[in-house]
Design a protein around this ligand. Structure first.
Ligand code: ATR
Length: 273
């Protein structure tokens, strides 16, 4: 039951009907008994900046930003966090008395989803060079990853990303798996309706962690292959859940938890395979 003082937030996208964020934030709102609502906000690309300013004027605490607005969100901000600058994108807007603040929590969400993996513990191999790859690569490097190799269908895109991020980052045609402590898929391969990711995992060391940011289906062919080899496999659902934490806390003043019950609720309609 909302009062006249209810705290408001939501997710902006075009389209936005597929978003699981309302269910995720709604679960947290109910758990904490907050006088708050989190709603889907379909906004056309050409209307993005004016709609965001209107939401701020209407008293919203802030919004999440999803496809295709993550770069446009950067431009609408009065201030942008250091990690959003590194990621070149904004997925969380906080409306304050001082203006619109932008953050990118995707890299944070990814690292948190690895639960206990130390990025400094060894080399990482990252497949892909798009927006998700950029946020994850920046987060890995900033957390002390000693060597990061990008492998992408379009090598020039990976080279541009490596140049922009700087640090111990290189581009390769073939994934150097022999000494990898972490392998991450940030491409859309393996997603429902897309071809599977074809990669031979046999060269990975036994301690390697394999992560896939794809979460539809939950068990991608890559994760199944990793498990068949006895490797730790981490799906993309955890990144989705953890990236939502900083925004929820900034808007509603409560730090929410990610646990198995939340996973079950948010993943209820996501096919396993
Ligand atoms: P996102 O913002 O989700 O990362 P993106 O910017 O479109 O999305 O990036 C998609 C990534 O998946 C890219 O690395 C893309 O490779 P290209 O840079 O060569 O386009 C990769 N990708 C998508 N479809 C692919 C396919 N069929 N084979 C190989 N890589 C693919």
């Amino acid at each position: 039951m909302l009062s006249g003082k209810a705290m408001l937030a939501g997710v902006t996208g075009w389209p936005v009907a597929h978003s699981r964020s309302p269910r995720l934030h709604g679960t947290w709102i109910a758990r904490h008994g907050l006088d708050a609502a989190y709603v889907p906000l379909p906004i056309r690309p050409e209307d993005f900046a004016s709609a965001i300013r209107g939401l701020a004027q209407a008293g919203f605490r802030g919004v999440n930003v999803t496809i295709p607005h993550k770069e446009a969100a950067f431009a609408v901000c009065d201030r942008v966090s250091a990690r959003a600058k590194r990621a070149g994108a904004v997925n969380t807007l906080v409306f304050t008395g001082a203006g619109i603040e932008g953050d990118c929590t995707d890299g944070f969400g990814f690292l948190a989803s690895l639960e206990g993996y130390d990025p400094a513990s060894g080399p990482a191999v990252l497949l892909g060079a798009g927006g998700a790859a950029r946020a994850i690569a920046a987060a890995l490097l900033d957390a002390g990853c000693p060597k990061l190799t990008l492998v992408n269908r379009t090598p020039a895109r990976a080279q541009a990303l490596a140049r922009e991020l700087g640090g111990p980052i290189a581009v390769s045609d073939t994934p150097p798996l022999g000494d990898a402590a972490l392998l991450v898929n940030t491409t859309s391969l393996g997603m429902s309706g897309q071809p599977p990711l074809e990669i031979d995992l046999s060269a990975l060391p036994a301690h390697a962690v394999v992560a896939d940011i794809v979460y539809v289906p939950q068990e991608t062919p890559l994760l199944l292959a990793a498990e068949a080899r006895g490797l730790r496999a981490v799906g993309g659902l955890g990144m989705l859940l953890h990236q939502a934490r900083p925004g929820f806390e900034a808007w509603f003043g409560v730090a929410p938890m990610v646990d198995d019950e939340l996973r079950r609720i948010v993943a209820a309609d996501i096919p396993t395979r």
